[in-house]
Design a protein around this ligand. Structure first.
Ligand SMILES: Nc1ncnc2c1ncn2[C@@H]1O[C@H](COP(=O)(O)OP(=O)(O)OP(=O)(O)O)[C@@H](O)[C@H]1O
Ligand SMILES: [Mg+2]
Length: 347
């Protein structure tokens, strides 16, 4: 790009914060995942766990990654953080742009720094990650001291603040509890507090509501909503539950077989789903207004990752499949400005 061209592009841009990550435009986008492919090279064959996923995470939004078990949600998150076990895993293609960097190309040292300061994660099944022989307070204090040059007293004060921000009652008492003395919901909130100890710009939450009951689920969703509003933090929220997406998400990426099959604002996803898979997921949502004890489900099962169907991976389960669907992968089509779908029914 020559100087004049660069100048023109800068002039064309809307006012407000913007910068480039290489040639990538990052206007209001804090994280840009482009055509990410993460494969596992196993003895049984190549698992294409993430196979061409693209999405933007914008400042202050909650973007949900949604899809059935095994579709590649966690592997997408771990790829962003540089936490894919290699071997057997490897990012074979794509870019992950953050703050002028391509995280795919970053050294493990750079990635460690980013994990400590910028992007935090609450792991799936994280509750077992708490150390059973340390008090909750000491574990949070330890995390804070890892990231901030504070002495014990200051770190302790910060830990109390974080737990209070999580809506934990009687914080001073809870600080001295061991993990087994906490309920599931309290443990989850302590873990979220811990992940916030570095004041991240991006928080990735991997199924934070899956292991808790409905009341706690509602409380945890409230906690995330408040966090997002108060901290202007970007949230990448992973869940297999579209009902949760509807409650917390601004936009959603629906994944199937390692691919992002539909991306749209949540209201669009719920009221106007385009991909037959998304439509199937919506049809499976329990409708409390209808007195039925039978839940709908999408026929068939998720594909064997080692034997992905050719063409569109969803075609064997799709009631609208056409001949082309088993032959060619559908291109990504924009049905409207912010609504994209990969399906042969469109475009
Ligand atoms: N270390 C690994 N070695 C081989 N295959 C793996 C490895 N980690 C993940 N996979 C495979 O990658 C695919 C995607 O897994 P991933 O954990 O991302 O799914 P998910 O969408 O998070 O599912 P869930 O809802 O069950 O958490 C799966 O087929 C999984 O078996
Ligand atoms: Mg997962």
């Amino acid at each position: 790009m020559n100087a004049t061209h660069h100048h023109q592009r800068a002039a064309e841009q809307s006012p407000g914060p913007s910068h480039f990550a290489g040639n990538v435009e990052m206007d209001n986008v804090v994280l840009k995942v482009n055509n990410l492919k993460t494969y596992f090279f196993t003895r049984r064959g190549v698992v294409r766990a993430v196979d061409g996923v693209s999405f933007d995470l914008k400042k202050g939004e909650c973007l949900c990654l949604d899809g059935e078990s095994g579709c590649g949600k966690t592997v997408t998150a771990l790829s962003i953080l540089g936490l894919i076990d290699s071997p057997p895993g490897r990012i074979v293609c794509g870019q992950i742009n953050y703050d002028g960097l391509d995280l795919v190309q970053c050294s493990s040292r750079q990635l460690r720094k980013i994990r400590g300061n910028d992007i935090a994660i609450v792991f799936q099944e994280a509750q077992s990650a708490l150390n059973p022989v340390l008090t909750v307070g000491d574990q949070i204090i330890e995390q804070i001291k890892l990231h901030r040059p504070l002495n014990y007293k200051e770190a302790r004060r910060r830990a109390v603040e974080l737990l209070a921000e999580m809506g934990i009652p009687s914080v001073e008492r809870v600080m001295n509890y061991y993990p087994h003395q906490l309920s599931g919901g309290m443990k989850q909130r302590a873990l979220i507090a811990m992940s916030l100890s570095c004041d991240p710009k991006i928080l990735i939450a991997d199924e934070p509501t899956t292991a808790v009951d409905v009341t706690i689920k509602a409380q945890i969703l409230d906690t995330f909503r408040e966090l997002k509003a108060k901290r202007q933090m970007s949230l990448l929220f992973i869940t297999h539950d579209l009902a949760v997406v509807a409650e917390i998400g601004d936009r959603a990426v629906v994944m199937y077989g390692g691919k992002d099959v539909e991306t749209a604002p949540v209201s669009e996803i719920i009221s106007n789903p385009k991909h037959p898979y998304t439509a199937g997921l919506i049809a499976c949502l329990p409708d409390v207004s209808k007195a039925t004890d039978k839940l709908a489900s999408i026929p068939g099962t998720t594909p064997d990752p080692l034997e992905m169907p050719p063409g569109c991976a969803f075609h064997p389960r799709c009631d609208r499949a056409m001949a082309i669907c088993s032959q060619q992968q559908p291109p990504r089509v924009a049905v409207s400005g912010e609504h994209k779908v990969s399906c042969h029914l469109y475009g």
